[in-house]
Design a protein around this ligand. Structure first.
Ligand code: 1GP
Length: 248
């Protein structure tokens, strides 16, 4: 197993590069929409393509990963809603531990079940502390994970959780309001977490405008993730890409 993808994330974050990620939920894209979206991602300066979803019903994970790999040179990282979403075609997978919750299954249980398969795979495994933050309404992620998100106005809880994740040896923190959140992470939440950790910070959930992207980066996010809004309007990728280039 190589560490290529993580090394890229870590080096870019260390250099202060604002990184941009597109999240593709395979259930939400027809074949033609996927083709359009991947072509736009290639042109928009997207850095990574995350693929996965809190609940997939169509069994299209593998074909989606394969399609993206065949049509883009961007690193493809599985962002798994469940261990069923693992597939060998990806470059890397976030090995998520849901550290904002107290559901033992999502902290360590599922990991035990899939560990032997991952050990024998060539997919790069990135140990990631996943933190759900309240984004104004229950999301599929909070419902399916059966966990309470961190309250949006408690940055100190988020910071202590992220610090614990780092001390446990996790390599990344992914802080997320969940797909389709009403409100994205507050700048204060991002700033407080970032100030207290020395590992890259991914921020996502409910980001819909270039102003929100700018705010998240200025607060200290190393990578921002957009999903939902791109399903509705793929052309926005180009607009967002421009915003991010102008911030650099
Ligand atoms: C969700 O962070 C991602 O896990 C992206 O959220 O779909 O709301 O952009 P959106």
């Amino acid at each position: 197993m190589t560490n290529k993808v993580y090394e890229q994330i870590n080096a870019q974050s260390g250099a202060g590069k604002k990184q941009f990620s597109l999240l593709i939920d395979p259930d939400k894209y027809s074949a033609s929409q996927l083709a359009e979206c991947v072509a736009l991602a290639n042109r928009a300066g997207v850095d990574y393509i995350f693929i996965g979803g809190s609940l997939l019903t169509e069994n299209t994970m593998k074909s989606c990963v394969k399609f993206v790999k065949d049509h883009s040179d961007l690193p493809v990282i599985i962002f798994p809603g469940s261990t069923l979403q693992f597939c060998e075609e990806a470059d890397a997978m976030f090995f998520l531990s849901l550290i904002s919750g107290r559901n033992a299954d999502l902290l360590i249980g599922r990991h035990v079940e899939i560990a032997p398969l991952l050990k024998n795979s060539s997919v790069e495994i990135i140990p990631t502390g996943y933190m759900l933050v309240d984004g104004g309404r229950p999301t599929t992620a909070s419902y399916i994970s059966n966990t309470f998100p961190i309250p949006a106005d408690k940055p100190d809880i988020a910071a202590c959780t992220a610090m614990a994740g780092e001390l446990l040896g996790l390599k990344l923190i992914y802080m997320d309001c969940g797909s389709g959140a009403q409100k994205p992470l507050s700048p204060e939440m991002i700033r407080t977490v970032k100030k207290n950790i020395n590992i890259p910070l991914i921020a996502g959930g409910g980001i819909r405008t270039h102003e929100q992207i700018e705010t998240a980066f200025r607060a200290g996010a190393d990578i921002i993730v957009v999903g939902n809004v791109i399903e509705e309007n793929p052309e926005l990728l180009l607009r967002f890409g421009e915003t991010i280039q102008n911030l650099a």
